[in-house]
Design a protein around this ligand. Structure first.
Ligand SMILES: NC(=[NH2+])NCCC[C@H](N)C(=O)O
Length: 295
């Protein structure tokens, strides 16, 4: 073999060897993946995400996917001649909108199941209604009634444990029931976070539309690769984190405070970001770790 070829072979081998300690460490561990945003927008990105999650499963992790509806809910709401309305980023959800959201999420859910099945892994798609997984209260936006938007008040993880034990890959659509068995739409980030806490996940991963956290959003060199939950709370309290990132980061710290080992914010637009984050030392996104770990 020529030297150049030899180098290439060694490079490939070292990538695989770098993964070894993580494969050992996360064996049989639960990892919750929130799948939403742009990573859902085209089929190629979808297949990449599904391949990554399936690979995680095949090397011995126990992944759970919690997904959103992407742009599809607004599209279908528009098709029936309704205008999508949001208050503080929350979709105003009347009965008809809820009906559409549940249908769209059901379809997205089964598409994801199909993609996993195509790769030879058994997946089961459920919503938060199944097995009483997600119980909600009605949520208000600044005191305003925004319809069937739910705040998770209780998670019963039994159905997920049963599926994992039987070696199925659970795929969850964020829909839940209130005490009167009305149907509610739930923010997928909130659902993923609540589920990760309830099942005692080792990792919670958010696939988002940004690279991760920045100290200064206008300065690309201020990217934060790792920080502790305490440091994240300092950023939150210091008003450094704005807009859509704030609720996400609150979910991250809440997960760590409730027993999840690490939370990762990844750019879902980067192909195979999940594998790059989990199987390499440096990762590609932002890892939020517990306070007793070293940054
Ligand atoms: N963004 C980072 N610094 N990531 C580090 C990831 C380390 C390791 N692969 C893990 O999953 O825990």
């Amino acid at each position: 073999m020529e030297q150049k070829e030899m180098d290439q072979v060694m490079q490939k081998a070292s990538v695989l060897i770098e993964a070894l300690p993580y494969i050992q460490k996360f064996n049989r561990k639960i990892i919750v993946v929130k799948y939403g945003g742009s990573a859902m927008s085209n089929e190629e990105l979808q297949r990449n995400v599904i391949k990554d999650v399936t690979l995680l499963k095949l090397v011995g992790f126990k992944p759970i996917i919690v997904h959103g509806g992407g742009k599809a809910i607004s599209k279908w709401v528009g098709k029936v001649g309704k205008e999508a309305r949001f208050v503080n980023g929350l979709r105003v959800t009347d009965e008809e909108t809820m009906e559409i959201a549940e249908m769209v999420l059901g379809r997205v859910n089964k598409n994801l199941v199909t993609m996993v099945e195509e790769l030879g892994v058994k997946a089961v798609g459920i919503s938060g209604k199944d097995g009483g997984l997600l119980k909600v209260d009605k949520k208000y936006a600044d005191g305003q009634d925004i319809g069937f938007v739910g705040d998770i008040k209780e998670v019963d993880p039994k159905v997920l444990y049963d599926l994992l034990e039987k070696d199925f890959l659970p795929i969850v659509a964020p829909v839940g029931l209130d005490d009167d068995f009305n149907t509610y739409n739930i923010n997928a980030d909130d659902a993923a976070c609540a589920i990760a806490k309830a099942v005692g996940a080792d990792k919670l991963v958010f696939l988002t539309d940004i690279e991760g956290l920045y100290k200064d959003i206008n300065d690309k060199s201020s990217f934060i690769s790792r920080l502790t939950a305490g440091q994240a709370e300092e950023l939150i309290n210091g008003g450094i984190i704005g807009g859509g990132m704030l609720p996400k980061l609150n979910n991250c710290t809440s997960a760590i405070r409730n027993g999840v080992n690490r939370v990762h914010i990844l750019d879902g637009r980067v192909p195979h970001c999940l594998l790059l984050e989990i199987f390499t030392n440096e990762g590609v996104g932002t890892a939020i770790i517990s306070d007793d770990e070293e940054v």
